[in-house]
Design a binder for this molecule. Sequence first.
Ligand SMILES: Cc1cc2nc3c(=O)[nH]c(=O)nc-3n(C[C@H](O)[C@H](O)[C@H](O)COP(=O)(O)O)c2cc1C
Length: 329
Amino acid sequence: MYQLDVKLGRLYLKNPILAASGTFGYAREMEGIVDFAKLGGIIPKTVTKRARIGNPPPRTVETPSGMLNAIGLDNDGIDHFIAHHLPYLGTLPTAIIANIAGKTEDEFLEMAEQIGKASLQTPLAPEGEGAGGFNSPRPLGEGSGVRGFAGLELNLSCPNVSGGVDFATDPHVTARVVAGARRVCPLPIIAKLTPNVTNIVPIAQAAADAGADAVSLVNTFIGMAIDWKKRRPILGNVTGGLSGPAIKPLALRLVYQVARAVKIPIIGVGGISTIDDVMEFLLAGASAVQIGTANFFDPTVCGRLADELPKALEQLGATKVQEVTRKLN
Ligand SMILES: Cc1cc2nc3c(=O)[nH]c(=O)nc-3n(C[C@H](O)[C@H](O)[C@H](O)COP(=O)(O)O)c2cc1C
């Protein structure tokens, strides 16, 4: 009847609804609340080479129709992630896409290699389990035979210590990290870009030319909140990333702009919380979407959006997601 599965380069997903990095923990936190089998995939919190304690509190603040966060990539490091989270993630019946951030280009490549190796060493789930993605005995698109993680998302919206600006503010740096990750890691590679640039199109193009299977558009928009009575910034880090419904029109515009210029699949991210939002992103050019902040006010949102997708496709006379992607009149 309805074909909800999508192919993003070498990455195969059973439906286009993914949980965004940093808003779904390492999935364990959602156990008992979320039916993981309904999700197209889960992207756990970004991991870094070494453990990080993150930024000083307060780290989040609510804003009109959204929130600002400055978590500062708080995590226990990649070795802990592979030793303690991968064995659990490997049991889930959906695609798991690791997300990494390096402080340097070399760190990105070392971690990409490590994630690729950890994937290959993870035994396949028994026949019938994990259908359609992570640990699937079925082929994962052209990445057939790759086990463990279904893909690797590069969080390029983090500062490069040499230069101090985010990796994805520079097309050449973006291209080098993506090309390097492709060289050392057999998994499908997704480049997650920052919206905090004058023109995102050349950066998305650079990622595509360097061999990215897809781009995720976008990470948070830099913002700020002030407690005027105390004459102080509210966030411990002073600035933070704005997310939630407030950024939806901004993210939608960026997806649309990139879709008109760049051929590789786009994963739309930014303020998505309803099926209408999902359909708008697909029409603007997304092949899949990630749900971030909405998980905080409704942890069941991803499963519900996947359930609602067939009816929305039907309203456009479509039976497949591909019949809607990039099909704005
Ligand atoms: C509290 C919080 C933590 C986040 N942490 C990460 C992270 O670790 N890595 C990452 O790539 N994106 C992170 N993000 C960005 C989201 O994945 C997403 O790109 C962004 O929030 C926009 O989507 P949304 O409006 O649906 O939340 C974080 C967002 C929030 C709100």
